[in-house]
Design a protein around this ligand. Structure first.
Ligand code: EPU
Length: 293
């Protein structure tokens, strides 16, 4: 009898992950699971625990590198049914983990709600954005979060709200494996002003980032007080290649996947960049992206 007996509609075996990542790279997951309701998800957690199957949670793969060998165990992606919802109520929105961040930003702009327009141009899911406290030079998602609903590793549901949530640079103190949804507090504002911020963010990105390439956003976190992109640039590494992977000529903290690129190429290029920056500046670059080896 199969571990996920009766859950055939949401579980796929040996499912290639490449198409679920922005890099379009990576091998298969033993089990690829797309629950549609919280009850589905709780059942999946129960089965995994009972059968000692390791659980991995993925967002929309815009900040994720999956190894060419893929992932052993189960990969859960929240993108369907209940998980894709957003519910507006006055100046508050409850955004579920599998809602698209970029769509949420647009919906808020349309309703004249200010607070997350600074996230314009950031791809990915709401769940992923919360987990990594997505943001940029104009602000981050954490500052709009009132509370989050979480599931622990046993499938237990609980909430964490503002005083307990510590958002930091690209991180938050959430250890629970599943973020189900987040309540965001926005403020009614002048739609034209919000739109101006949106446009400014887009122009900035378009001018400084290689948007129409296969990439994963910024590869490294900015070390305190300095910019990873600027360091890599100053080390003369723009254009550096390993196999099909290259450091972007436009923004040095981006690694672009070209034809024939493998995940291994990207990993080797990451190491090469780290080594050169270490040698030249005695600074250790820490990846911002999640890497599943
Ligand atoms: N710079 C260079 N050479 C480069 C790239 C940048 O000299 O090749 C310099 C720029 O001229 C600038 C400084 O480095 O003076 C900072 O660059 P930028 O404004 O592009 O910002 P960043 O710190 O590199 C951050 C986020 C981005 C976000 C932008 C804009 C991190 C690691 N990166 O980049 O986020 O889009 O601000 O808001 O925090 C991401 O997280 O995936 C991401 C792309």
């Amino acid at each position: 009898m199969s571990i996920f007996n009766g859950l055939d509609e949401i579980v796929e075996r040996d499912h290639p992950l490449a198409s679920h990542t922005w890099y379009r790279l990576g091998g298969p997951a033993d089990y690829f699971i797309r629950p549609r309701t919280v009850d589905d998800l709780v059942e999946v957690i129960r089965r995994c625990n009972e059968n000692h199957v390791r659980l991995h949670v993925m967002g929309f793969g815009s900040n994720l590198l999956v190894s060419d060998e893929g992932v052993r165990g189960a990969v859960v992606k929240l993108e369907e049914g209940q998980f894709a919802q957003t519910e507006f109520e006055g100046e508050q929105v409850t955004a579920w983990a599998g809602a698209q961040l970029s769509q949420l930003v647009l919906d808020c702009v349309e309703k004249g709600l200010s607070g997350i327009e600074v996230l314009t141009g950031i791809p990915g899911s709401v769940g992923g954005a919360i987990k990594m406290n997505a943001g940029g030079r104009f602000g981050d998602i954490g500052s709009a979060v009132e509370s989050v609903t979480l599931l622990d590793s046993q499938g237990g549901l609980f909430e964490k709200s503002k005083p307990e949530l510590i958002f930091d640079y690209r991180s938050v103190n959430i250890r629970a494996p599943f973020i189900l949804n987040a309540k965001l507090k926005l403020t009614q504002a002048d739609p034209e002003q919000i739109m101006r911020t949106v446009k400014e963010s887009w122009v900035y990105k378009k001018n400084t980032q290689p948007l129409n390439t296969r990439n994963c956003g910024c590869i490294f976190k900015n070390p305190e007080g300095t910019s990873a992109g600027a360091l890599i640039d100053r080390a003369g590494l723009k254009g550096l290649q390993v196999g099909g992977a290259a450091v972007s000529d436009k923004h040095a903290n981006f690694i672009v996947a070209g034809d024939g690129c493998t995940s291994r190429d990207i990993m080797r290029l990451i190491s090469a960049v780290q080594q050169r920056v270490r040698e030249q500046f005695e600074i250790e670059l820490d990846p911002e992206i999640e890497i599943w080896k």
